[in-house]
Write a protein that binds this ligand. Structure first.
Ligand code: SF4
Length: 200
């Protein structure tokens, strides 16, 4: 499923947003973005990764380039033995912010899109990256930060969900790489426990 499986960078084929959501204007980010980014990777993958929001690479249609998030993600997945074809990657917010915005309002507005994806794709295990995702998925939890949530399994929409550090945090603080790989290895074990098989 990857364009370049030998590359250290994860560049997965993009899944287009459903037609009726390509011009979504549920929040102010519709005035920031170039386009709505629905997700990338295998749409029927058992593992569903949630990042915070698209970056510049995703915002520029048809112009993929190497990015630090994907490089680190790919490194962690390789160390944990997770193939890229087993993964779908999406975002809490489907549009790239380019200036300050009302974060709680945008998260609330975009959550139905994530819920729709979960209903349609029915992944076996979810995995969130970074504190922004942790806080948004568990707004009622005190201390919904990765360092509090990682190492245990939680539940969202009836699906097990785990957390680890954002790949860019791992790049900035290389001492986190050990924990990042540990968490992705635990994800692989959870997937095996719930009956998963590695996609080729
Ligand atoms: S961030 Fe989500 S809710 Fe806001 S405009 Fe984009 S797709 Fe719609």
């Amino acid at each position: 499923m990857t364009r370049s499986t030998d590359s250290p960078f994860v560049i997965l084929p993009e899944e287009a947003a459903p037609l009726h959501l390509r011009h979504c204007d549920r929040c102010e980010l519709c005035g920031h973005r170039a386009r709505v980014i629905w997700g990338e990777g295998n749409p029927s993958a058992p593992l569903f990764f949630i990042l915070d929001n698209p970056g510049a690479r995703e915002d520029r249609e048809g112009n993929p380039f190497l990015c630090g998030t994907r490089e680190t993600l790919r490194l962690g997945m390789r160390e944990a033995g997770i193939g890229t074809a087993s993964v779908y990657v999406t975002y809490l917010l489907k549009c790239r912010p380019i200036r300050a915005y009302d974060k709680p309002a945008a998260r609330e507005a975009c959550m139905p899109h994530l819920q729709l994806q979960l209903r349609e794709k029915k992944p076996l295990v979810l995995f969130g990256f970074g504190n922004v995702v942790a806080e948004a998925l568990f707004p009622w939890k005190e201390n919904a930060a990765v360092k509090e949530l990682r190492g245990r399994w939680h539940e969202l929409e009836g699906i097990p969900v785990g957390f680890t550090y954002h790949p860019l945090a791992v790049r900035r603080r290389p001492n986190l790489l050990k924990f990042f790989v540990e968490d992705l290895t635990a994800l692989k074990e959870k997937w095996e426990e719930v009956g998963g098989k590695q996609s080729k």
